[in-house]
Design a protein around this ligand. Sequence first.
Ligand SMILES: Cc1ncc(COP(=O)(O)O)c(C=O)c1O
Length: 396
Amino acid sequence: MKGNPRHLGFSTRAIHAGQAPDPTTGAVTVPIYATSTYVHDELGHHKGYEYARVQNRTRAALEENVAALEGGHAGHAFASGMAAISCLMTVLKAGDHAVVSRNTYGGTYRYFTRVLERYDLHFSWVDTSDLAAVERAFTPATRMLYVETPTNPLMDVTDLAAAAELAHAHGARMAVDNTFLSPYLQRPIELGADFVVHSTTKFLNGHSDSLGGVLVSTTAEDAEWFALVQKSAGAILSPFEAFLNLRGIKTLAVRMDRHEANARAVVDFLVRHPAVERVLYPGLPEHPGHAVQKRQARGFGSMVTVDLGSFAAAKEMLDRLRVWSLAESLGGVESLASHPASMTHASIPPERRAELGLTDGMVRLSVGIEDVEDLLADLDQALAALVGARVAAAAR
Ligand SMILES: Cc1ncc(COP(=O)(O)O)c(C=O)c1O
């Protein structure tokens, strides 16, 4: 298309933002600019590109694209979601304090507690769905409120507009990890967030074939700082991975609709199943975050957590699945099942997991976009064994 699509609809932006036809050939798809350096026309004159750690056209297209989808000022792309989070945290200085959602991704918890605390940064882990608890956690040194919503795997939902207001009233800025819902379902910047981070590894790329991260900022000053950190620390996304992400994002809207439709059918099945003790999904009217998420997001996503009551039951189900794959990660077209306590959240000490309510019987489902009948039939056969075992145990 011609012109800037920033004011156009979500899918139009997903397909066109940052992706004007290639000026050399007119190629409709942004090429993979596989080059480490760029020729200068003459000393002191170049085309705006000097060295690929600093500028790469394919990466720049993805950065503009995600910034346009999130409604931010600029984006910066990194080699992983964790690299994006680590760039974000450079806005803090020694002595600063951050209030963080208590149930973030385990890798974020590990990075903050085992790495950043060595540099005199301080963290309070709070249930950010409880705004009074958030308010109590602020100190005069608090500079950031870091939120994941819904959380992983407990599905705590935070009221983003109210949380941003609180953060700003206390002189802090709010960062949101929007990986679980993607900008199609939730746009934190429109609700007051100052920063959004993504593991593009998940829904944005959507095909489980690339690792990456994007950090979206809302001011020119922050964007300038992140560009400096990006080129200085160098954890950039490669042009090939940027290309995969651009390709994945073009179908984000249709994928998310299908992910969510399948998730609703899976949840309907699970809530009725006798082997399932509890289903955590914000789309259920009885979920404590249901009303907030309904208000602040376009949908409820496709991440579902089930509690089967014990490690043995979780293992039995996971070992029996055939269409669903037992694997870490989420957000790909294929359905995945994982065991948070021993996989994604293993770096959280057992006593802390117990405090959070993250049990050994929990299984996290990332509902893919396969034929839903096949997903349901597979769950049915995997859970049937548990019902049999329960009946036998009760009879003994
Ligand atoms: C919510 C969330 N944020 C961040 C990350 C880290 O992303 P990456 O694995 O791309 O470094 C993950 C990874 O699972 C995640 O689930």
